[in-house]
Design a protein around this ligand. Structure first.
Ligand code: LFR
Length: 501
């Protein structure tokens, strides 16, 4: 029987990639066929995503996927697209973009727009599961409408825009739609009163399909450009990269001992999968968002991530006139002593691009954590702070969900950062399993393999994963900051990471 193949287009906020998933009787393997940087640009005076360049890179990647299928005698049965959340395009009736696709890194102060909405945050939270955050689609849309940007246009989130460019079809699915603060995640419906309240009552919201629906087939033009002999179905996978990254997770039960989730990429998303949104006041006060997952919702805190290090490296490269090797800095940072005092990685001053080392120095001073002036110490401050933020979010999510976190899973690019993973194990007092790195692409492929019938459940796809897609490393906590209910009950001092699958 022929090997079945699925292409995942995974657009991250710092880089994009196309990954080919091959599914035969026994095994599922994943192969990265193309990778490209994603750097926001100035368009019409705003910080925007370079959609034309990114889509051209996507087609290069899909072309490479088609060629790889040819070499391996595999049949391409689907394409799926996942991307970062909240940002959107406005499109006219013909589906043409009417302006730049703004980056959430360029948002202004949301407070006047939130005030003008005239609805309490707790009411909005109860309806959408999403707290007020500067990057929310809701306030970005209010700002666009207030600026006179095509109030009658249709809205498409980034993965939906890609699907439309590939198939000509307009629509969305629950995971990306739920990042907007405009959707009821219990029934996956838009909330017209909330759209009105943001001045966006005239915006045509995309119809919300079920997860896994076939959006359409590649248009004749795309089919020809990719060198395909026939159109290929484009599947509405979990379009939100976070939901794809956590596709393996099933909702936790109260009283259970569970695996805490960390998706560590440009952003860090930390929490637990739940069957239903948790919108009690305590969850709002603790800053948790409830966004749709492949199954149920993800109760996660949206925190800064590798963005902090990326921006530091970019700044130092500017100073030196040459790229700064992260590996050397991480080694030096990992060797240093570390601090109890940490900065708040969710501080909004860390959101926009810019001189990150200087901002970190300010926040460290505020936190009573003086820096020693070395770059390695800046990196260490960031990693200590991220690890502490992960531990804190996991503890609070568990308290809210009424369960105990017994181990931690880190997926995404941060899973490659051994210092961060070790510090996370230390800060939580729990074993941390890191990997897979390409979690979003794998979740994207997993949903396609299930809807096309190559596997009957998402779990089966993960069970059958072999090769790079299944790589995982476990870190044991060191030292005294030891969780009460850690299995074994005594500090584990070994810092050696062990490979497991
Ligand atoms: C992660 C992510 C987060 C979202 C942030 C901004 O890549 O999708 O979930 O809140 O990007 O879009």
């Amino acid at each position: 029987p022929v090997t079945r193949a699925y292409a995942a287009v995974d657009l991250g906020a710092s880089s994009g990639r196309v990954v080919l998933g091959l599914v035969d009787h026994e095994a599922v393997t994943v192969h990265e066929v193309h990778r490209f940087p994603n750097v926001p640009v100035q368009q019409d005076g705003v910080l925007a995503w370079d959609v034309d360049a990114l889509f051209a890179q996507t087609l290069t990647g899909l072309g490479a996927a088609v060629a790889e299928c040819g070499r391996r005698g595999a049949r391409l049965e689907g394409v799926g697209v996942d991307a970062w959340g909240v940002d959107f395009a406005l499109v006219d009736d013909e589906g043409r973009r009417t302006g730049p696709v703004r980056s959430h890194r360029g948002v202004g102060d949301p407070r006047p727009l939130v005030a003008a909405r005239g609805i309490d945050e707790s009411e909005v939270y109860a309806a959408t599961g999403v707290p007020d955050q500067a990057i929310n689609t809701s306030v970005q849309l209010a700002a666009a409408v207030a600026a006179g940007e095509h109030a009658g246009d249709g809205l498409l989130f980034v993965p939906d825009l890609w699907v439309q460019l590939l198939t000509g079809q307009r629509g969305t699915e629950p995971t990306i739609a739920s990042t907007s603060q405009l959707l009821d995640p219990r029934v996956d419906r838009w909330l017209p009163q909330l759209l009105e309240a943001h001045g966006a009552g005239g915006i045509r919201m995309p119809p919300v399909s079920e997860l896994g629906a076939v959006a359409g087939r590649t248009t004749p033009d795309i089919t020809a450009r990719l060198g395909l002999s026939a159109p290929v179905p484009v599947i509405r996978v979990a379009g939100h990269d976070t939901a794809s990254a956590f596709a393996f997770a099933r909702p936790v039960e109260r009283g259970a001992r569970v695996e805490g989730l960390v998706s560590s990429g440009t952003w860090s998303l930390v929490g637990l999968p739940l069957a239903e949104p948790l919108t009690i006041e305590e969850a709002l006060a603790a800053g948790f968002t409830n966004e749709r997952g492949v199954d149920g919702v993800l109760l996660v805190r949206n925190l800064n991530g590798m963005w902090l290090l990326q921006q530091c490296l970019a700044h130092w490269a500017g100073e030196d006139g040459a790229p700064v090797p992260l590996g050397d800095l991480l080694a030096a940072a990992g060797a240093g002593p570390g601090h109890e005092a940490v900065l708040d990685v969710a501080d909004e001053r860390l959101l926009p691009p810019g001189d990150m080392p200087a901002r970190i120095a300010v926040l460290c001073a505020e936190a009573g954590r003086p820096l020693d002036g070395s770059r390695a110490d800046v990196v260490r401050a960031v990693l200590d702070s991220l690890a502490a933020a992960y531990a804190d979010a996991l503890g609070e999510a568990a308290a809210l969900a009424g369960c105990t976190v017994g181990r931690v899973r880190v997926v995404g690019g941060g899973a490659r950062n051994a210092v961060l993973c070790q510090l996370t194990a230390d800060a939580t007092g729990l074993p941390v399993t890191a990997g897979p790195v390409e979690a979003s692409a794998i979740g994207n492929i997993a949903v396609q393999a299930v809807v096309s019938g190559a596997r009957s459940t998402v779990e089966e796809v993960y069970q059958d994963l072999t090769g790079t897609g299944s790589d995982a490393v476990t870190y044991r906590p060191r030292g005294e900051r030891h969780h009460d209910d850690h299995p074994g009950g005594h500090p584990v001092t070994s810092s050696t990471a062990t490979t497991s699958s």
